[in-house]
Design a protein around this ligand. Structure first.
Ligand code: DGL
Length: 278
């Protein structure tokens, strides 16, 4: 149920992704905005999003936003690059509440920190094919050269929990070899699953390459957005749980994964039938 407007600042923030990847963004929101409550939805029944069409991702995103709205959230964080690339600008005009994605914040910081103007982006097929990072980077740094590489096997490997597995290292070496001799000094982790492979990717790329995890800037952007809309929670105690998690499949597996990466212990991830929304 939606809460009355005057209580909106105490309402939770809705965060969603295709699966566990958005937890890297939720984790950053927990760190930077510790008084904010979160309702997270992971679309574990329909992951991966990265190989699906724009129309499908828009439909999925609308269903999830409808579900999060029904839980009374005050703002939405699209913690998925693919959904940010395909659905955010289509859905934003339909929304009454603030909504933020992960692409713009990540592109801005990469455009600012690159010294030689050569930026790599890794992401899903959808995100890389959309060219959205190139477009956003050029808004801040028109001279920058942007090299994209889709890494579709990373998402299933992360969802499987193979974060340090030799198979994942082998796959990463093969994908990242496309940046050899490209002389990039900045690499955007353009999929929210990839920060979970951060140290492996850094090891392969070398310390001279700055890795950009858009989660940090997204949480900063969210903080500004809540401030602008007078929606920031001043820390008043709530009877409601701080963090709630919902998934469309494999709730126990999701819960165990979340507990391995979040700074808090979650007791349950609740299963919902997302296809019934709208
Ligand atoms: N973690 C998502 C992203 O940032 C989606 C990955 C997928 O489901 O393919 O793009």
């Amino acid at each position: 149920m939606n809460q009355p407007f005057e209580n909106k600042r105490y309402a939770p923030i809705g965060v969603f992704d295709s699966g566990v990847g958005g937890l890297t963004v939720a984790r950053e929101i927990m760190r930077q905005l510790p008084t904010e409550r979160i309702i997270y939805f992971g679309d574990t029944a329909r992951v991966p999003y990265g190989s699906k069409s724009k129309e499908t991702i828009i439909r999925y995103s609308r269903q999830i936003i409808h579900f999060l709205e029904s839980k009374g959230v005050k703002a939405i964080v699209v913690a998925c690059n693919t959904a940010s690339a395909f659905a955010l600008e289509v859905i934003r005009p339909e929304m009454k509440m603030p909504i933020i994605g992960v692409v713009k914040p990540g592109a801005k910081v990469a455009a600012e920190i690159t010294e030689n103007g050569r930026i790599g982006v890794i992401g899903t097929e959808g995100t890389i094919g959309s060219q959205i990072y190139t477009e956003m980077i050029h808004r801040h740094n028109p001279q920058a050269e942007v090299l994209g590489k889709a890494c579709p096997l990373f998402v299933p490997l992360v969802e499987e929990g193979w974060l340090k597995d030799p198979v994942t290292i082998e796959v990463a070496k093969r994908y990242l070899s496309s940046f050899q001799e490209s002389d990039i000094d900045t690499l955007i982790l353009g999929c929210t699953h990839y920060p979970l492979l951060r140290s492996m990717i850094q090891g392969i790329m070398g310390e001279q390459v700055n890795l950009v995890n858009p989660a940090y800037e997204t949480a900063q952007g969210l903080k500004r957005l809540l401030g602008q809309h007078q929606l920031a929670n001043d820390g008043r105690e709530s009877m409601e749980p701080m963090y709630q998690f919902y998934v469309s499949d494999a709730a126990e597996k999701f819960k165990n994964f979340a507990n391995s990466i979040l700074p808090c212990e979650i007791e349950e991830a609740r299963l919902i039938h997302i296809e019934e929304q709208l």
